[in-house]
Design a protein around this ligand. Structure first.
Ligand SMILES: Nc1ncnc2c1ncn2[C@@H]1O[C@H](COP(=O)(O)O)[C@@H](OP(=O)(O)O)[C@H]1O
Ligand SMILES: [Mg+2]
Length: 423
């Protein structure tokens, strides 16, 4: 059965309004404007060693004002999180347009890391520090650290990141802040928190779906807040995802607008709005109760999930539709608004899931009325530090389908284990 592919790259890239000056040098005159005279920073940034304050300039704020409904838990944090990922998404779109010139690094684990990965992380960290209510200590669990950038030979990429971040900040106009190169490195290392069961921790994947990003396909900026071990809010910026729905299974979109921002706060439901600014709409998972009518999402990359196992699960459920393969947590967003009914993720043996790959996506789905568990039906536990400790795989669907999905999953795993057992 052929899989549906949801790429939409060319459409999405044309839809971007971001600057296309990724690796162009920021003119010196512009930088000079940013440096004088110093301006007072918010208290919680004053001890921050890597930024200089600069005069506010009378530029229109391009990001829409995010409403903060009084009385809603975590309202200020949610507004900060939305603003953070929206700004990071603008940087990422600009880089995706220029991807061939941008250059790509390799991590020790061989996954690609781009200028945008670092730039996105810095901008999210900056906006959270500027906008979120100050807490005792700022804790960010994020994917990137500065190790590779501190090595000989990384000078050019560091310069590109520094220019790109500063240029994005100037273009946005919300902050009068200028990063030095040392400041960039220090800002990246803000994301070194280990998380854990107590206190508040922001959890960030600055570009989830790096491979999709490099291909020009789907990716997401995924940000969540963990409070006392529980995910309490999540936002997913999906710059290349159609706002309406992904439409039918051959990947065509039901509408023209591209760029979706999903959000959820514990106990308050889930919403989607346009990344360019539109009123948020409540979303809910689909109400299908017969798996024969279901479709399922899985990773685009076969290396990230066992497609033989997912196809056996689908067969047991009588699923007729081909798998919908999408990179990143855009899958969680699409599931949360009912574009499909099931998400299956079964990494190959030995892979350890990281919390930033699931924290934001899972709360968007659960607040949309869905269920997200491991292959044994256990809730995901985000209190154990940077990794999830779970049984075999991650599955998500609506409440009606979960019992039959769990049964099919367990049968398929048992059969697979018997087939590969040496006896
Ligand atoms: N061998 C593997 N098995 C499962 N997941 C993997 C993997 N290698 C990388 N990943 C994770 O899968 C994420 C992408 O998920 P998806 O397959 O849903 O697009 C990657 O996020 P990054 O792209 O942020 O590194 C990475 O964390
Ligand atoms: Mg990821």
């Amino acid at each position: 059965m052929a899989a549906a592919r949801v790429g939409l790259a060319s459409h999405a890239l044309h839809a971007s309004s971001s600057s296309s000056t990724l690796v162009r040098r920021l003119p010196h005159s512009r930088l000079a404007l940013l440096l004088y005279p110093p301006r007072i920073l918010p208290t919680y940034l004053r001890s921050c060693p890597y930024v200089s304050a600069a005069p506010a300039r009378p530029r229109p704020r391009r990001l829409r004002a995010m409403s903060q409904s009084a009385g809603t838990p975590y309202a200020a944090e949610l507004a900060a999180a939305k603003k953070a990922v929206a700004l990071a998404a603008r940087l990422c779109q600009s880089v995706q347009q220029n991807i061939l010139q941008a250059g790509v690094q390799s991590k020790p684990d061989k996954s690609p890391v781009t200028v945008a990965d670092y730039g996105s992380q810095i901008l999210v960290s900056l906006v959270l520090k500027m906008e979120a209510p100050p807490s005792d200590s700022f804790s960010l669990v994020a994917e990137e650290d500065s190790e590779e950038l501190r090595k000989d030979g990384a000078e050019e990429i560091l310069e590109n990141i520094t220019e790109l971040v500063n240029e994005t900040i100037v273009d946005d106009g919300s902050y009068s802040i200028f990063f030095s190169k040392e400041g960039i490195l220090a800002a990246i290392d803000d994301g070194k928190s280990e998380g854990g069961p107590s206190g508040r921790h922001w959890v960030l994947d600055p570009i989830d779906g790096t491979k999709g990003f490099l291909r020009g396909d789907q990716y997401a900026i995924a940000l969540a807040l963990i409070d006392e071990g529980k995910v309490v809010l999540g936002v997913l910026a999906c710059p290349n995802l159609p706002l309406g729905s992904i439409g039918n299974l051959n990947g065509s979109s039901s509408g023209d607008q591209v760029g979706a921002l999903f959000s959820a706060t514990i106990g308050c439901g889930a919403e989607v709005e346009s990344l360019q600014g539109s009123p948020p709409q409540k979303i809910s998972v689909c109400s299908i109760d017969n798996s024969v009518n279901a479709s399922f999402f899985e990773s685009y990359e076969a290396a990230h999930s066992m497609q033989d196992l997912t196809s056996s699960i689908a067969e047991k459920l009588g699923v007729q539709a081909p798998p919908v393969r999408i990179d990143s947590q855009a899958k969680y967003g699409a599931l949360a608004r009912g574009d499909g009914a099931i998400y299956l993720r079964f990494p190959h043996t030995g892979y350890r899931e990281k919390i930033w790959d699931h924290a934001a996506g899972s709360i968007v789905v659960t607040e949309a009325g869905g269920v997200v568990t491991d292959a044994s039906g256990n809730d995901l536990d985000f209190s154990k530090g940077r990794f999830l400790d779970l049984d075999t795989g991650i599955i998500a669907t609506n409440k009606q389908l979960m019992p039959s999905l769990l049964k099919a999953v367990q049968e398929a795993i048992k059969e697979k284990n018997q087939a590969t057992s040496p006896l």
